[in-house]
Design a protein around this ligand. Structure first.
Ligand code: DC
Length: 246
């Protein structure tokens, strides 16, 4: 590791890298990489909405009943812990990591996350988590709502067809059976539609986010571009504050 890299790798207290973007844009891969590279905690907020949706499905709370969901959120404890490749998700103390990625939970998470009371409860926990130290937090509203003052904001996007095909390939690589690519792309578009058009905290880039479109980038190029956004912040923050802003 070069001297620049080792100084860049020093974690900072409350140093937040916010990564937002639609499903399948590669947020998790980039967040994991940045967290390792800079020694930060990686928190996947989508896993919290998924765990909450799993609970709603289990206790059969209707996914379109805001009052019942609000009550359920108040009674539910969700914790994220860093794991080797993904966060470990604890729902009321039970490890549900392996139960939240199926299509039923995926769809339910997108439905329950439109309700302000559900979001408020998740956002509060997410803000508390960052007090533990520097984090890379990924989701849909991290740079706009959860940490509007995040030191680095990256909005990651890619064309729906590209995201759909990446998702399809990922499922295949895990040895799982996948619906045909057209169906994966259709599901992604439906989720995008809901995530982007909800009234509370819709998916959109923060005004000061670094926009990273990975449609035509290799994984390595996308990782390097994300690193450059963090490096630019580190370089700025290690310099004396200029007397005038540009
Ligand atoms: O990132 P993901 O696919 O695991 O997220 C699952 C759902 O949770 C997604 O459809 C929208 C919702 N979500 C959200 O509304 N806000 C976040 N910060 C993260 C996820």
């Amino acid at each position: 590791m070069s001297p620049e890299e080792s100084s860049a790798a020093k974690p900072r207290r409350n140093f937040v890298v916010a990564i937002d973007g639609p499903a399948g844009a590669g947020k998790s891969t980039i967040a994991r990489h940045l967290a390792r590279h800079y020694g930060l905690l990686n928190l996947e907020t989508g896993a919290m909405y998924r765990a909450f949706a799993l609970k709603a499905l289990r206790v059969e709370v209707p996914l379109d009943d805001p009052n019942a969901l609000q009550q359920l959120a108040a009674e539910t404890d969700i914790q994220l812990e860093s794991g080797e490749n993904e966060n470990r998700v604890l729902l009321d103390g039970e490890d549900v990591t392996g139960q939240i990625r199926n299509q039923t939970v995926t769809d339910a998470a997108s439905r329950v996350s439109i309700f302000p009371a559900v979001r408020a409860s998740m956002v509060k926990r997410q803000q508390e988590m960052a007090t533990r130290g520097g984090v890379v937090m990924e989701g849909r509203d991290i740079g706009t709502v959860v940490f509007p003052d995040a030191e680095v904001k990256i909005f990651l996007d890619a064309a729906p067809e590209v995201r759909g095909m990446r998702r399809y390939d990922q499922i295949g690589q895990k040895g799982q059976s996948s619906p045909p690519p057209e169906e994966v792309i259709r599901d992604l578009r439906a989720r995008d539609e809901r995530d982007r058009n909800r009234v509370d905290s819709p998916l959109k880039p923060a005004a000061d986010a670094f926009l990273l479109d990975s449609t035509n980038l290799t994984l390595d190029e996308a990782l390097k571009a994300a690193e450059s956004a963090v490096d630019a912040f580190l370089a700025r923050s290690s310099q004396p504050i200029p007397s005038q802003t540009a």
